[in-house]
Design a protein around this ligand. Structure first.
Ligand SMILES: [Zn+2]
Ligand SMILES: [Zn+2]
Length: 322
């Protein structure tokens, strides 16, 4: 089969690789390019040493299935890239996204077929009613739902999302779908215009009024933004560090906001299975709304071009189609 192989920083090429040998095989219909995939392509990643097939936001058709697994050939499915163990201490504390005993889909999905082990079928494979690229967004939306769970949302909450990249935009669409008033702050005029055309309020950095927003999402990986927005957050509000920062980075916070104004600083990483299931039903209910995030589709063979486009900042979500 054909696969888009990551052969090192800045290197992606369509190559022939052996077909998966698993009993359960999914023919990939679409796989979204994630921020992590882009970071790996641009800077390398300790979890994905080359050569490797990247891609984990995928859906497809069952091409091979063992007897009595609950699926038949031709069924449409979405596959979670991992599932927590559900029994360890961390899982028992409801923090499945941090489970150290996760079960994984072993192979990447920027290719024609993905093999899935028999014991993973019941954990991370879910049936779909139709073929639609919007299902590549289940995993990123699941991560957003984990972020939202960390917030102390109230009926009177007003949200501010910092950064109109794909994840910031997903947060904004989710808040709108739930009736939470939301504003997105973004320096790039082109991105602001796109979001504004969907009826979401936007503003430029420097225009954010202090004390208006009690829910602030940092969806850009710049630590100085965390410091800046803590002081702007309303009393008793919450700031969520959604974008990842590296281990050697430190964030300075204004002590007055934390103590005298009871502003909380939280973080979130990944998803747990209940977020994945909730994301799937939300996408089923709001297909058209979430589809707006997908701005481009590319054939697998033009994958490198798609990664370069994503790096330029001109696209939101790009789906690669084998
Ligand atoms: Zn992802
Ligand atoms: Zn666990």
């Amino acid at each position: 089969m054909k696969a888009l192989m990551y052969n090192g920083i800045g290197q992606l090429a369509l190559q022939d690789v052996p077909d998966p040998e698993s009993d359960f095989v999914v023919k990939v219909l679409g796989c979204g390019i994630c921020g992590t995939d882009l970071k790996t392509y641009q800077k390398g990643h300790h979890l994905f040493p080359p050569p490797a097939i990247l891609g984990h936001e995928f859906y497809g058709l069952v091409e091979k299935a063992p007897r009595d697994c609950g699926y038949s050939v031709g069924d449409k499915v979405v596959v979670a890239p991992y599932a927590e163990c559900g029994v360890c201490d961390v899982c028992q504390r409801d923090a499945g996204s941090l489970c150290a005993h996760k079960h994984y889909v072993e192979d990447g999905a920027f290719c024609e077929r993905v093999g899935i082990s028999k014991d993973y079928i019941g954990r991370g494979v879910f049936p779909l009613k139709e073929e639609n690229d919007v299902y590549t967004l289940v995993e990123p939306l699941a991560c957003v739902l984990n972020g939202v769970e960390q917030l102390n949302l109230k009926p009177t909450s007003r949200a501010l999302v910092v950064g109109a990249g794909p994840m910031g935009t997903l947060f904004a669409l989710l808040f709108s779908a739930r009736g939470v008033p939301v504003t997105i702050v973004e320096p790039a005029a082109q991105r602001r215009e796109r979001i504004a055309s969907w009826g979401i309020e936007t503003c430029e950095p420097g225009q954010v009024k202090k004390g208006v927003y009690d829910t602030v999402i940092i969806a850009v990986n710049k630590r100085e933004l965390v410091s800046e927005y803590i002081t702007l957050t309303a009393d008793a509000g919450t700031v969520l560090m959604f974008s990842g920062l590296s281990k050697d980075e430190f964030v300075s916070v204004e002590a007055y906001s934390i103590h005298y104004r009871q502003v909380s600083l939280k973080g979130s990483f990944g998803y747990a299975m209940h977020h994945f299931k909730e994301a799937l039903s939300l996408i089923d209910a709001h297909k058209e709304t979430f589809s707006k995030i997908i701005t481009h589709r590319y054939p697998l063979g033009r994958g490198k071009e798609a990664f370069d486009l994503l790096a330029s900042g001109d696209a939101l979500k790009i789906v690669l189609k084998p």
